[in-house]
Design a protein around this ligand. Sequence first.
Ligand SMILES: [Ca+2]
Ligand SMILES: [Ca+2]
Ligand SMILES: [Ca+2]
Ligand SMILES: [Ca+2]
Length: 509
Amino acid sequence: MVLARAKGETGPERFVLTLALACLTFSIVFVCCARSAVAAPADRSGDPVVLEAGKVKPMLGSRPGRVVAFAWNGQWRQVPVQIDERKVLDVKDLYPDPAPDYAFGPGFPLEVYADGKTRTGPDTNPRLDPNDEIVFMARDTGRKVTARTRAGPSGTTGPVAQVAVTDPLDGERGWLYLFTSRGKRVPSAGKSYVDLDFRLLELPAGESIKGGYGYANSNNPEDTSIETKFYSVHSTDRWMDDEIRLRSGGASGVDILDREVAQATLRSCGRTELTFSGNWNRGGDTDEGTFVAIKNGPIRAIRDYMGANSGPYTQRQHVYYEEREDNTIFLRVHPMLDLYTWTDFSSDAIGMTYRNLRNTAGVAVDGTPDDLVPITTADIVGGRYVWDQLVGPQGSVSTIYGVDTDIPEPNFGNYYLDDDALPLTGTRNQCNGDGVSYGASGFGILGPVTPNTDPRLGSTEIPANLLTVKRTRYFGGPGADAATAADRTERVSRPLIASATAFESKKPR
Ligand SMILES: [Ca+2]
Ligand SMILES: [Ca+2]
Ligand SMILES: [Ca+2]
Ligand SMILES: [Ca+2]
């Protein structure tokens, strides 16, 4: 509803004219629509707004390091914003040349987060271009600016964009204003909502990730931590996590995680998070892995990698926000049997309650097996999401699962096992970790056969299938219940919507 600055209208006379017209228009808008300038979508404070730069036309061509964000609440308040550049590459470039064994043949194009520290490299366009992402938190939005108060913040200049954020669940709106820093103001606004400390323990001194990562037939021990006010997690290799601590609402803060599990078929321990990460006796076989991107705040941290034995382009992307982690597995592998991703909790999770959308009353996490109504394909196909939750004095983890797939008649379900009597070698459910299961819960592709998802192995007649497993987990306090999980499921199903328009401000104060 505000006047866009026409291309080339940068002279002072044009600016004044445009400004006068804009003021007039804006006054009218303000008078007629003042009541629409309600508060920010505060009830979604833990949710991010991810905006493709292509939808923020005024800012295209800006230097990412100069994009700054402000909320208006009677005065300007700088709030953190993050620019994550994206690029399209040939996946073969993610491995050294000549390619290791399983990364054979031609590659395929893929859009990924750019990272100059990895083989991905920096964006081909160092300015803000359409596939780059502008990210901020819903709770940092403010009110809509009125005509009287449109002088821009000090230390900024144009171009300027007004971003309207709408919560589709209740219609609440908030506004955020993007300016261009004159140099001193930085995108983070001096804030950090998430802190990632990425360390490769066996990286030779002075070596970069790009030059020193063990891409083939190697593990890559990590000591990586992610910390926010709400939780901390710890990773020890690509597919391997060993710590979750909950920090908010009076949570005890104990480490409730034994391990994150990724497992191909329950009938064997041949392919698990250990082998995916190169931690195995490979004999005559080989394994490959690579890091796509590692990014650290202020709004989110990204830990994005590829490589799971004969699926060298199978990708797992962790995006950590202050209150939640968005985790996506992009399956790209030849036909498989059944496949699982679950969280195997530790004995420090004893005393928590496990529940899910088919078992809302919940069962005790105590190492004694429980009878549960299973979650089935019908619960999760067609864009639906399912949830599960562990809650206790330790805090809460409410996890929402969704799938993008074009597999006809897929067979999905949940995984759950609470059993402390299982010997390590007695069942294929207990491949690694402490040998027993406490509240072990997650998602299963139940097979019996999972069709080919590796684009390299597809043909015009039989293209590779798409199978992307999405998991969003909210880390909360001991007070969470089934309603909390249902609410978070609604949030994930209907993310915040943002749209941007050009915005003319007066000269900065
Ligand atoms: Ca880009
Ligand atoms: Ca760019
Ligand atoms: Ca139990
Ligand atoms: Ca275990």
